[in-house]
Design a binder for this molecule. Structure first.
Ligand code: KG4
Ligand code: ZN
Length: 357
């Protein structure tokens, strides 16, 4: 993948000796959080610094890519210094640099990738490029020391909705994905339509607590051929139609009921598909990951469904669900001990596919 496709860039070296401690400095800048973390042996987070750009993008109702890149450049050194200071280490103590190189906004990714390459080159440290979604999945390893592959994982973020079997560290079998909007995207669009602003997910989550989830029945995007695929554009359109029709009739909309009903229709589908896959594939360990995995209703519903079937349910704390660098440090560790190393030609790949290297 010199830019796309050239597999030369990544080299697999000898497996790494894991008898000694390994500290990874990880960098994440794929969207609107500038983040750095130091992670020890893949599972112990020594520091996790996140500089959010929410205040900046709120003014525009969504992420403005050019502004995101500029803000990353402004913040990245500070965030890395803070991560090292919080972990009480210096670059002399670091064994490798991990960095998200895709998918995401190209300009935003480039800031992290260039920074990681500069540090790795200057300090003669190995460089490990990480897939952002592999990072989200790996967030589950941080607080669940017992969790090891294989397990089923639902990944729901602002840009992705995937149902996968994690066969091994960094090895995924994709069972289903969204055919249109990602789950988080649907939350963000509905939030905008009811005037909640950006970022929508947490605001819908909060407002839904005051509403009745059974007040309005929205469609549950069913798809014919693959029972594990998702579709959220139908429910999003149904919400917009509901709002338009109420406004034409001059009726007031109960926004809390609408938020709760929309959320229920999304959560129901996510849980149904996940439970179906767990049964079909005989998976007794079920995890969730990505920004939408911090949603209260999804966490409760998935937990309940798993308990009923005697599956073990894993989910990261909310702060590890949304974008952060600790999850990238964990994913980088498992890549590092497998022998994954990237060269100085590591590039940002905005549409990097899961499982692609
Ligand atoms: O994983 P993430 O931080 O970034 C991406 O990789 O996309 O996910 C961000 C997405 C946004 O769409 C945001 O609205 C959604 O996650 N989100 C939530 C919640 N917190 C964040 N959606 C529903 N409920 C939440 N509590
Ligand atoms: Zn993310």
């Amino acid at each position: 993948m010199a830019v796309n496709g050239d597999k030369q860039m990544q080299q697999i070296t000898e497996k790494t000796d894991t008898s000694k401690d390994i500290k990874i400095l990880a960098i994440e800048s794929s969207c609107d959080e500038t983040a750095a973390a130091v992670v020890l042996n893949g599972r112990t987070v020594l520091s996790n610094v996140i500089s959010s750009q929410i205040a900046l993008h709120t003014l525009y109702g969504g992420v403005v890519p050019e502004l995101a890149s500029r803000k990353h450049i402004e913040k990245i050194n500070q965030v890395i210094e803070q991560a090292l200071a919080d972990a009480q280490v210096t670059l002399d103590d670091i064994d490798a640099i991990g960095v998200t190189y895709g998918p995401g906004l190209v300009g935003a990714l480039l800031v992290g990738v260039a920074e990681a390459k500069a540090i790795a080159y200057a300090r003669k440290l190995p460089l490990v490029g990480v897939h952002h979604i592999e990072g989200h999945v790996s967030a589950n390893y941080i607080e669940h020391p017992d969790l090891e592959p294989p397990f089923l994982c639902l990944i729901v973020s602002g840009g992705h909705t995937h149902l996968v079997i994690v066969r091994d560290y960094g090895e995924f079998e994709i069972l289903g994905r969204t055919r249109d909007d990602a789950a988080g995207e649907a939350f963000d669009k509905v939030a905008r339509a009811i005037g909640l602003g950006y970022p929508g997910g947490p605001k819908v989550d909060k407002l839904a607590r005051e509403g009745n989830p059974d007040a309005i029945v929205f469609p549950k995007g069913k798809l014919g051929d693959n029972p594990y695929d998702f579709s959220f554009s139908g429910v999003k359109s149904a919400v917009l139609n509901y709002l338009n029709s109420a406004s034409m009739k001059g009726e007031e909309v109960n926004r809390a009921d609408l938020a709760a009903s929309f959320q229920k229709s999304v959560v129901d589908v996510l849980v149904e598909h996940t439970m179906l896959a767990a049964k079909e594939y005989g998976m007794k360990k079920v995890a969730i990951a990505g920004g939408v995995a911090s949603n209260g209703a999804l966490r409760e519903a998935m937990e309940k469904a798993c308990r009923r079937r005697k599956y073990t349910f894993y989910r990261p704390s909310p702060i590890l669900c949304t974008d952060n660098a600790a999850m990238i440090g964990t994913a980088a560790y498992y890549e590092y001990i497998k022998g994954t190393r990237h060269g100085w030609d590591l590039n940002a790949i905005p549409n990097l596919k899961l499982g692609e290297r």
